[in-house]
Design a protein around this ligand. Structure first.
Ligand code: AMP
Length: 571
């Protein structure tokens, strides 16, 4: 029986968005007022002497800028219970675990129904714009989404990764239906206890519904590439399952097996078709449209630390457009991609002025401690650190991200994600961001391109155990490369960091030669497994690009798996 579906009125969503962004300054004031009125009785705000004032000036004068560590005592109190208004007027009942891939351990951040509502608002907004460009109708989505375990804290709160809290929320499924993007896999797969098994089943479901799939997505692009790399390994097994109508013995959980059995019937014709298509592909180029002939676009966060996966994703995607998803974090959403036709490298995110109160610390000027400016006061071309005040009890919270203002949509800025502020390779006067590292790796990886060789993943570390310190770059490569070539890659990496501080330090040897360490195949999978073991969700995984001392375990994994190492002779 067909379920009656409420289809989202995309024109109305766009109309509301236009009105809101045209009145961004006012909407920001109203949003702040609402947040402060609803949470004024919270212990945190009570201590700051606002005395009921809700205007931006009083807010800035009374409330300090904070990092996560400043809030930890409050968050710990919430986690330990009993319920009381500590950060929010209504005590929290749920807490999110952020991915923690930059700091090495997951952090607790507040989650509540209001934050869930902002999630749906941003999903609807970007969907409305996307649907204008690439309409999908009565389609299914192959979504590589995974939910990690939810647990109970000492104080009785539900704790799970932010994506888990979203996927498990009763409103999520209806929202996906209204956006005609319902996941083709059953809940038992999404919420399955083992992500390797869930991934296999997602792929199988995708194949079973191949004609209906109009959208292939994941939260972050990493999971998409990971999924299709896995497909390359298991495709024949998937074909065998379809042929026999029997699920591989690698799926061991009875609930997952039972759910999959409902869609799996012997279908030798489909198995033959997929087998023939895969066999005919050259090095898997254009795999996605071959498998899913009606796919309209591929969707997921593709900017920032996801950019290194774009090359591989484009290879799988052939001529299917890649559309980057929205910009936000476990702490709250920031902006929506309202220009879905732009390639991810050029994508910007328009800030939704009603989902939080935003401030921006200018990073370009000479002032040592510049004053944050408001959403509508930012300047095109300038870079800022972003500060969030949200509906879930974060006030003037430093998200740790650097963004650049690329323009305005009506009165709201369109931001480009630049980097995480603390992800910086630095020894003395040198400063290299995640983006600089990515560009250096891309440059050096050209030397091994061709012959199907590629850098599967990479990370870095500043080694100051010897004096002077030096940069260490870790590479996992999908095959054997000659020593002379790798030595040249190492030299190219060293030369590719063009930041003046680095170059001058290298010339006078106050930074020692860069080291390239090639790690064994599967090393980055071990890092991923390590994070999953800590309770992180695959959906939110971001490879740590710069591993510092706070991330000892990951450093141990990397250093313990070095196959070969090279020192630069470039300077
Ligand atoms: P999480 O800790 O899993 O909540 O991840 C949040 C972080 O992911 C953000 O602070 C950003 O650094 C990064 N992120 C989220 N969305 C995007 C995006 N659209 N582009 C680039 N980076 C993003």
């Amino acid at each position: 029986m067909l379920e009656k579906m409420e289809i989202l009125d995309v024109d109305k969503v766009i109309e509301e968005f236009e009105a809101m962004t045209n009145d961004a300054e006012n909407v920001q004031k109203q949003t702040l007022k609402k947040i402060l009125e609803e949470n004024g009785c919270a212990e945190y705000l009570q201590n700051l002497g606002l005395n009921g004032r809700t205007d931006p000036e009083s807010f800035k004068a009374c409330v300090p800028l904070v990092n996560h560590s400043d809030l930890e005592p409050y968050i710990q109190k919430i986690v330990d219970g009993p319920p009381s208004p500590i950060l929010t007027g209504t005590p929290l009942t749920t807490i999110s675990l952020s991915s923690g891939t930059t700091q090495g351990k997951p952090k607790f951040v507040p989650f509540n129904d209001e934050l869930m509502e902002t999630t749906l608002q941003i999903y609807r907004t970007s969907y409305a714009f996307r649907n204008r460009e690439y309409p999908i109708k009565n389609g299914k989505a192959l979504q590589f989404i995974y939910s990690s375990r939810q647990s109970k804290t000492k104080g009785g709160l539900i704790a799970g990764t932010a994506t888990t809290n979203v996927f498990r929320n009763s409103q999520f499924k209806n929202a996906m239906k209204s956006m005609q993007s319902q996941c083709c896999s059953p809940d038992e797969v999404i919420f399955g206890p083992d992500f390797h098994q869930s991934l296999y089943c997602h792929l199988l479901c995708g194949l079973l519904f191949r004609e209906e799939i109009q959208l292939v997505s994941s939260t972050f692009a990493h999971s998409l590439v990971h999924a299709f790399r896995t497909f390359e390994e298991v495709w024949e097994e998937l074909c065998a399952d379809i042929r026999e109508g029997a699920l591989s013995s690698r799926i061991t959980f009875p609930s997952v097996r039972a759910a999959m059995a409902k869609s799996l019937k012997p279908n030798p014709q489909l198995a033959d078709l997929i087998h023939a298509k895969c066999s005919a592909l050259s090095n898997w180029y254009g795999l996605i449209p071959e498998l899913f002939p009606n796919v309209k676009y591929i969707y997921g966060i593709m900017t920032g630390s996801m950019e290194p996966y774009l090359k591989k994703l484009r290879h799988y995607a052939g001529d299917v457009p890649l559309v980057t998803a929205d910009y936000g974090s476990s702490e709250g959403w920031v902006g929506a991609n309202i220009n879905p036709n732009l390639p991810p490298e050029a994508a910007t995110y328009a800030v939704l002025p009603h989902i939080g109160y935003f401030e921006f610390i200018p990073l370009n000027g000479d002032v040592l401690e510049p004053e944050p400016v408001g959403l509508t006061e930012v300047k095109v071309g300038e870079e800022y650190e972003i500060i969030v005040t949200n509906v879930a009890g974060l006030y003037r919270y430093r998200l740790g991200d650097v963004v650049k203002v690329m323009g305005f949509h009506n009165k709201t800025p369109e931001l480009k994600f630049v980097c995480r502020r603390n992800l910086m390779l630095t020894i003395n006067i040198d400063k290299n961001t995640e983006k600089d590292l990515q560009l250096a790796v891309e440059e050096a990886a050209k030397l091994i391109a061709g012959e199907k060789l590629e850098v599967v993943d990479f990370s870095s570390h500043v080694d100051v155990s010897t004096d002077p310190g030096h940069y260490v770059i870790f590479w996992e490569i999908n095959g054997e490369v000659r020593d002379e070539v790798l030595q040249e890659c190492c030299n190219t990496l060293d030369r590719a960091f063009v930041d003046a501080g680095y170059v001058s330090s290298r010339k006078v040897n106050s930074i020692a030669p860069l080291e390239l360490r090639v790690v064994w195949r599967g090393t980055f999978q071990k890092i991923l497994d390590h994070y999953l073991g800590l309770g992180a969700a695959l959906s939110q995984f971001k490879t740590p690009r710069c591993v510092g001392p706070t991330n000892n375990k990951v450093l141990q994994i990397l250093c313990g798996n070095v196959a070969k190492s090279y020192f630069s002779t470039a300077f």
